[in-house]
Ligand binder design. Structure first.
Ligand SMILES: Cc1ncc(COP(=O)(O)O)c(C=O)c1O
Length: 474
């Protein structure tokens, strides 16, 4: 495979170098780390430098550029998180405006905080039936246009696509809007690193007009945790501006193991068409078999009003039976030792990759079949109530001040039931999926209190609360 970093790293053990340099283990460790330490180096002679690539890393990133068809691409060793921080920082200066989908990852909110940006939100549609984010359509486009028309300080727009659940947004349509207002379109494609490698998967934002696209190789490619890629696809921002910001946020001692792993995962997908085809075949067979299930439903594109859907994400809804995602998740884990990625009150999600074997899909299907029969034997329980409370969409709180303006202000913890009329003093986030219900500086209204009390009463995982108390500004 064409892997300059990985190949060179593999040669190291044949060289007799005496390491009077970092890291301190000197490749002489013991136990489980020994093998790994043999490959764990910093910028030693001939091994290049991620922050100033001229050798093997340059060669490898040039290949990334060709594979993805980008202007420039970088390996990241601190996840998409660092890519998002660097991308926003390269596009926006302190005090600029930014337009973001409310369901953005927390790194986007952290960038707003660090750069003191003026935040403008748009709220995607939610599927009433499956409690998933499903679309950015006419309503949002109109709202976005109105906001951009009236806020000339907005420099960038950020949104996740695909979502955690695999829903792909219409990037080409958003691009037309951002282009008109000279706004840079940053697409958080953390969950879509596999898109470019088979037509069964949706088109990558790289090919739909994303100006900067960030992908976590560790989420869906055979790569180690924390590895990711940043792709620059526009000439509105210089590669130097991105490199400059990456050097601010990213370690000055980036791990070669992680770089080699990211490189290897891309080369593997690019050069092993048969393996990728095998992966797609497994997914197709599995999806077909799941049509037999009567109570557990595997979500398909047709269930959602969306532009496209990533069929590598297996989102199961047991809503028809009254089971919720968490009960299904737990049954799969405790009885069948099958561990999915996440669950909430509606759905549970299995993440797949090219590394899954046909046997793994068989085991999952057989377990689901048994659970489906078990549900049938039990009879239908009371329907899942969650939809009733959340299906009316996102809360759209009024912003009274920017989140970063609340830092250092006096706060107090009060009972959620007494919070109406107060201003949020911290993030309150429903996890999963992790989109903030409240951002610091937002007004707490009756509807917010009602929803929060519902979540607390029903045992949802609401981050930012302590029991049923929440932080508000004094
Ligand atoms: C939509 C989305 N964006 C960004 C990230 C951050 O990615 P990473 O863990 O690679 O830093 C995540 C992490 O789960 C995510 O779900």
């Amino acid at each position: 495979m064409n892997t300059p970093i990985y190949t060179k790293l593999m040669q190291l053990k044949n060289e007799e170098r005496v390491p009077f340099h970092m890291p301190g283990h000197k490749r002489r460790g013991n136990g489980v780390f020994k093998e790994i330490e043999n490959l764990d180096i910093t910028e030693i002679t001939d091994y290049d430098n991620l922050h100033h690539p001229e050798g093997i890393i340059r060669e490898s990133m040039d290949r990334l550029r060709l594979i993805y068809g980008t202007r420039e691409s970088w390996y990241l060793v601190n996840g998409s998180t660092v890519g998002i921080l660097a991308a926003i920082s390269a596009c926006c200066e302190q005090g600029d405006g930014i337009m973001i989908a409310r369901n953005c990852h927390k790194s986007v909110y952290n960038a707003i905080r660090l750069l003191h940006l003026e935040a403008h939100y748009f709220y995607p549609d939610l599927s009433k039936r499956y409690d998933l984010i499903e679309n950015i359509g006419d309503r949002q486009i109109k709202e976005i246009q109105d906001i951009l028309e009236n806020n000339k300080k907005i420099r960038a727009m950020v949104l996740p696509s695909p979502t955690y659940e695999g829903v792909v947004m219409d990037i080409a349509r958003l691009k037309k809007v951002t282009e008109k207002y000279n706004v840079i379109l940053i697409v958080d494609e953390a969950h879509g690193a596999h898109f470019p490698f088979h037509e069964y998967f949706p088109k990558s934002a790289i090919d739909c007009g994303g100006d900067i696209v960030i992908q976590s190789t560790h989420k869906t490619l055979p790569a180690m945790t924390q590895t990711a890629l940043l792709h620059l696809c526009t000439d509105k921002i210089t590669p130097e501006a991105i490199s400059d910001m990456l050097s601010v946020y990213e370690s000055s001692s980036p791990s070669y193991i992680l770089m080699a792993s990211a490189e290897y995962s891309v080369a593997f997908m690019n050069e092993n068409g048969d393996e990728v085809q095998g992966y797609v075949d497994n997914l197709q067979i599995f999806r077909k078999k799941c049509e037999q299930l009567k109570f557990i439903h595997l979500i398909q594109k047709e269930d959602l009003c969306c532009l496209d859907y990533d069929r590598s994400k297996l989102v199961f809804s047991a809503e028809l039976s009254g089971w919720n995602g968490i009960t299904l998740f737990e049954r799969l884990f405790y009885k069948y030792h099958i561990e999915l990625e996440m669950a909430d009150q509606c759905n549970c999600i299995a993440m797949t990759s090219v590394c899954d074997s046909a046997e793994m899909y068989d085991r999952l299907f057989e377990a689901l079949k048994e659970i489906d029969r078990e549900i049938a034997a039990q009879g239908i329980k009371e329907k899942n109530k969650r939809r009733e409370i959340i299906a009316d969409g996102f809360l759209v709180p009024e912003k009274l001040m920017e989140s970063w303006q609340c830092i250092g202000m006096e706060k107090e913890w009060i009972s959620v039931k007494d919070a109406e009329g107060r201003i949020a003093g911290g993030y309150v986030t429903l996890y999963p999926p992790g989109s903030p219900l409240l951002v610091p500086g937002e007004k707490i209204v009756k509807e917010t209190v009602e929803k929060l009390r519902y979540y607390i009463y029903n045992g949802y995982n609401v981050l930012g609360l302590s029991g049923d108390n929440m932080p508000v500004l004094k």
